[in-house]
Design a binder for this molecule. Structure first.
Ligand code: SF4
Length: 741
């Protein structure tokens, strides 16, 4: 019997119960002083350990609920959910999830009241909950979202012995689950988070790495410059505070003249803002063009003026120095941004990657850098959002060999998933780009961290008053802003840097997508384009080591789940292409072709593309489980005939050794159209070498044989498309080709 049951009779004693009766509390929090059952506001922050949890998400205001009977029922169900484990059904609700649970519950309670005219759970029946389920469908909710809302009704039944009065009088949908009632097709082990398409992930990662490795230096240097300018300005203001205003003005004008002289000396112009941020523009007197306004903010910093504190000192006023500035513009022209920090060259174009900074674009670029570092960390480490956002200063450690070579980068953070309360301190092994991103984050977060007294690597960077400390859920908005920023700054409407998603709209990034995407790539495309960008094998090994070593974060399981899903997807591509007339090559072509044709025959007369896909998945499941994608051939692995295992020195290897694959000899190798570019490249390279007149004869013969071998492979998968030999004319025939496969 729980405390809630025992006290069901006594409202007063129930009101005195702590809201969190057994959940672990943050260090220094006393259970005697946390929110009580009867309090008008429940503050669950003492039971929330994640730095990125927002205060409003862990607070419930019962006073804002107009109907006291609904507020009472909500208290009962939330208290039971927070304190009761139902083995086999539901584990206790994490305090961090209380607001979401309250919102879902109130949606059902409001529906009940609207249906019955007053709130009374005792009068709810199956017909009413059926209507509720229908209303969710009509509201256009995805089945998964509807299932989460229906779960509340199941909870009311399952927790009935722990609820003083808020009980249902019947069992809703006996023998069914919220998922089945909502019409969600749940595939065991399936991760519903969408995988970021490769066409989007590749440039996104590439630009994120570029921000971290190339742009970060400029952004951090510009912040240091702005801090220096502000400090100097503040010193001047303090020193001149007591002077007569006329004397101060004279000094300011002199400093302005010095600043203009310095610009003249370095061939630079008077600063204007990068954008007309508040809609105001100026008209250039020489060209007549509309430009962003003069960057008085920067000019004031150099002249030792704080126009926000003393508007009368603004240099643009008639009493300031508009004459000097106009003359300087006529002589020197203008310069966008105007800060001194030089801008590095873009590695592709050799040109500065952006215009000079000003005090408005700098904070924007800092936020973009934070977003880029997040993407690098999330994608290349496989860590969850909560694990990334739990990283603190000093979380990175490096293990070196005796000669100083770096052996391992390790991140220390906290794993929360499946852990009660404060999570568990865990180490992840990672690769150099992630270490570099963390180093950038340490420097980027230093200013805000110091101002807010936090050591998190993810503070809100702006120092405006009334902003929260931790970036937390705002990171999602930042990531999508980064996507748009890349397109605005480095792409065009016709050629965006980050292409649109399959529906033609910008791909909406969420934090979960990165872990799922990297798991899929490690499992299914270890030789893909992303792999090439990041020495993927290393990433794969590091990620495995980090997670498998502790088994605390479940990444290995995620990769295996993604492997299974990817194998099925890949075999369905084989099936569809076969139905469209694609040919297969390699020794396993016949075996694979027979299985695909048999499945097609059994599904006939349905056209292939509208065939019963779930049935097809089942029919091709065994073949799919043997499929391992490779760069020159896919392997339908059978250990009994695997040639690579004969060559392997690793005892007891249980999977294909793709790097030792013999694609034209091994009975498990199957070559598809997808492999053609790699074979074609091989042929082209060999032909290029054959053009060399002084090539030793044995090498020429070997290369000719190689070209012939590739020709035969290409003929198998795409008859008639193999490029004619273009080595020395006719020499392959003259040499009497020796085929070595
Ligand atoms: S040689 Fe290639 S096709 Fe054969 S089992 Fe090994 S990896 Fe698979």
């Amino acid at each position: 019997m729980t405390a809630v049951q025992l006290l069901a009779e006594s409202g007063d004693e129930r009101d005195a119960l702590p809201v969190l009766m057994t959940a672990p509390l943050r260090p220094g929090c006393d259970r005697a002083h946390i929110s009580r059952y009867g309090d008008p506001v429940w503050d669950l922050a003492p039971g929330v350990f994640r730095d990125n949890a927002r205060r409003c998400h862990v607070t419930i205001h019962f006073g804002g609920i107009k109907d006291p009977s609904i507020a009472d029922a909500l208290r009962q169900i939330l208290h039971a959910r927070l304190n009761v484990d139902l083995p086999g059904h539901r584990s206790r609700l994490e305090p961090a999830g209380v607001r979401g649970e309250a919102n879902r519950t109130l949606r059902f309670f409001d529906f009940v009241k609207a249906q019955l005219g007053r709130f009374d759970l005792g009068r709810v029946d199956q017909a009413l909950v059926d209507r509720y389920a229908r209303s969710l469908r009509l509201a256009g909710l995805r089945p998964v979202a509807a299932a989460a809302l229906l779960r509340i009704i199941f909870d009311l039944h399952e927790l009935q012995h722990h609820l003083p009065t808020a009980r249902l009088s019947f069992e809703p949908w006996p023998g069914r689950s919220p998922f089945s009632v909502a019409g969600a097709k749940h595939i065991a082990g399936e991760n519903r988070t969408p995988r970021i398409p490769e066409a989007i992930m590749t440039p996104l990662l590439s630009w994120s790495l570029r921000y971290v490795t190339c742009h970060a230096g400029d952004i951090l240097a510009a912040r240091a410059e702005l801090d220096r300018l502000e400090a100097t300005r503040n010193r001047l203001l303090a020193a001149e505070e007591a002077l007569d205003p006329a004397v101060r003005r004279l000094r300011q004008r002199q400093r302005l003249l010095d600043y203009v002289a310095s610009l003249r000396q370095h061939g630079r112009g008077i600063p204007i803002w990068t954008t007309a941020h508040n809609g105001a523009t100026r008209t250039d007197p020489q060209t007549g063009a509309a430009t962003p306004p003069i960057n008085y903010h920067l000019i004031h910093l150099h002249a030792g003026i704080n126009a926000q504190a003393e508007p009368a000192m603004h240099l643009g006023l008639a009493t300031g120095a508009p004459d000097l500035i106009a003359a300087a513009i006529a002589e020197l022209g203008t310069e966008i941004g105007g800060m001194d920090t030089p801008i590095s060259a873009d590695p592709d174009t050799g040109l500065p990657w952006r215009t000079r900074f000003d005090a408005k674009v700098l904070p924007l670029e800092e936020v973009m850098l934070q977003s880029a570092a997040y993407i690098v960390c999330a994608f290349l480490s496989g860590m969850r959002d909560s694990e990334i956002q739990a990283m603190r200063r000093g979380c990175l450690s490096i293990t070196r060999a005796e000669d100083g070579t770096i052996l391992r980068h390790r991140i220390k953070s906290t794993a929360y998933k499946g852990k009660r309360g404060g999570g568990e301190e865990t180490e992840w092994v990672t690769i150099a780009p992630v270490a570099e991103a963390i180093d950038v984050l340490e420097r980027l977060s230093a200013r805000a961290g110091q101002a807010r007294g936090t050591t998190t690597l993810w503070p809100v960077l702006t120092l405006r008053a009334n902003t929260k400390t931790h970036v937390s859920a705002e990171i999602v908005r930042q990531l999508n802003r980064f996507r748009d920023h890349l397109n605005d700054q480095f792409g065009s409407a016709q050629a965006p840097v980050i292409p649109a998603g399959p529906d033609g709209r910008p791909w909406r990034l969420t934090t979960r997508q990165f872990r799922r995407t990297i798991a899929w790539h490690i499992a299914n495309r270890p030789f893909g384009t992303i792999a090439g960008m990041i020495q993927y094998k290393h990433a794969s090994v590091a990620a495995f080591e980090g997670y498998a070593g502790s088994s605390r974060s479940g990444f290995r399981g995620e990769i295996e789940a993604q492997r299974a899903l990817g194998q099925i997807d890949d075999i369905l591509v084989y099936f569809d292409e076969r139905q469209s007339g694609a040919r297969l090559g390699g020794p396993a072509a016949n075996r694979v072709g027979v299985v695909l044709d048999t499945a097609a025959h059994e599904l006939a007369p349905l056209p292939a593309m509208i065939a019963d896909r779930p049935r097809l998945r089942t029919m091709l499941g065994s073949l799919a489980r043997t499929l391992h994608v490779g760069p020159l051939a896919d392997c339908f692995f059978d250990p009994a005939t695997a040639l690579c295992l004969n060559r392997s020195s690793e005892p007891g290897a249980s999977g294909p050794m793709i790097s030792m694959c013999e694609p034209v000899r091994c009975p498990n190798a199957c070559i598809a159209e997808r492999h053609r570019p790699a074979w074609q490249r091989g042929a082209d390279e060999a032909r290029l070498l054959l053009r060399e007149k002084r090539l030793p004869e044995p090498q020429r013969v070997t290369l000719q044989a190689e070209v012939a071998r590739i020709q035969r492979v290409l003929e198998q998968i795409a008859p008639g498309t193999a490029t004619p030999h273009n080595g020395m004319a006719g020499e392959e025939e003259e040499a009497g080709l020796r085929v070595t496969d």
